[in-house]
Design a protein around this ligand. Structure first.
Ligand SMILES: Cc1cc2nc3c(=O)[nH]c(=O)nc-3n(C[C@H](O)[C@H](O)[C@H](O)COP(=O)(O)O)c2cc1C
Length: 188
């Protein structure tokens, strides 16, 4: 069965980003596509050190657990990274992760080729559009397909557990998830 990996860049235990990803995953699964939410929470994600060892070894040699997430993405047909906004841009860990995921794909079997998805940004008040732009850069350079919705994939939520209150954004995320699954199922 086709599968989508949804990656949260939030460090919080009760994370708005994860709550949004749960909604997205539910919409994907309703179309018959499997999902798995993985999180960078608790991890100490390093930046790419440009060693190029991934091309020899097949995965990232940095010993922080991202290689296991990369293996999950390698086996999937869809990928949805989601970030909380920190000072107007994506939390640093998710960008470090994306850069290493892209480097490994390009240095090895190009597992990101034709993978379907798109980014999601969550913030209390502002910065989602720039955060989406940052994360969007990852997709075309890795020969991936970004799927649309009825708005940008941005949610307003500050305090823990408030993401679902942004009803309009949640509808956008649901449609996005449905569309990701439809593209994977080629039912469009
Ligand atoms: C260091 C830091 C910087 C933040 N910067 C912004 C910001 O620029 N704009 C904003 O609207 N919210 C900002 N926030 C709030 C978070 O984006 C918001 O609480 C979000 O819901 C967190 O998602 P999470 O629960 O998944 O971690 C910031 C929070 C932290 C901890």
């Amino acid at each position: 069965m086709a599968k989508v990996i949804l990656l949260s860049g939030s460090p919080r235990k009760k994370s708005n980003t994860v709550d949004v990803l749960k909604v997205c995953a539910e919409a994907i699964e309703a179309e018959g596509v499997e999902t798995e939410i993985v999180t960078l929470r608790g991890m100490k994600i390093q930046s790419c050190i440009a060693c190029g060892k991934c091309a020899e070894k097949g995965n990232c040699i940095l010993n922080d657990g991202l290689d296991e997430i990369i293996e999950k993405i390698r086996d999937a047909q869809g990928f949805i990274p989601a970030a909380p906004v920190y000072f107007g841009t994506a939390r640093a860990d998710i960008m470090a992760a994306l850069q290493r995921i892209g480097k490994v794909s390009r240095g090895t079997d190009r597992f990101l080729d034709y993978m379907i998805g798109g980014p999601i940004a969550v913030a209390r008040r502002g910065g989602q559009t720039l955060t989406l732009q940052e994360m969007t850069m990852f997709f075309p350079i890795n020969n991936m397909v970004i799927v649309g919705s009825n708005y940008w994939n941005m949610v307003f939520a500050g305090a823990e557990g408030t993401a679902l209150d942004d009803v309009e954004s949640i509808e956008t995320i649901k449609l996005f998830g449905k569309n990701v699954a439809k593209f994977i199922n080629k039912d469009y």
